[in-house]
Design a protein around this ligand. Sequence first.
Ligand code: G3P
Length: 216
Amino acid sequence: MKFFIDTANLAQIQEAHDLGILDGVTTNPSLMAKEGVKGADAIIEHYRKICEIVDGDVSAEVFSTKFEDIIEEGKKLAAIHKKIIVKVPMIKDGVKAIKWFTDNGIATNCTLVFSAGQAILAAKAGAKYVSPFVGRIDDSGWDGMELVSQITHIYQLQNYKTEVLVASIRNPNHIIRAAELGADVITSPLSSILGLLYHPLTDIGLAKFLEDAKKM
Ligand code: G3P
């Protein structure tokens, strides 16, 4: 399972990269705005900086919702760097645009996916990645991982090549569950990735080893 970090924060991307486990980055308009990135030139420059840090795919989301506009914006994003994956929302014009990008050699990540039906459409249109938002589903009182289970099952049965990218991760357990369900990728905040590191017995055990090491 690939590990992507879900942020536009350069320091966090660098930290995850330095840990040696980073396979890519996903961003969205909210995450870019959080970093204070404003204006076309600044956006392009920020994506370039991300691409220079990470060895892997970098999802950059379109702001447009009409087919022709999505195509124009997606072409510009894809031209920034070969690592860029054009992130397109799961709407009617988005599905049409994903198909166009697929036919024209531009890789896509279909975002804002909340149902198996949407995931089937994303795969049919040829998206490289499909992004079910597990945390937001959990926040609404449903079970995000149930959807991941459904999508991975359907994709396997139908031999769809689209990779299941579990997004909207809220905690380390989401990452573990995604791995158990055979997801291809998770995209997570740095805190949940680092959360995988910790166990109290590791801390207790290490403290004892270090104490005993002084006696050697
Ligand atoms: O980038 C898409 C997704 O991961 C957003 O997560 O935390 O805003 O629900 P969140």
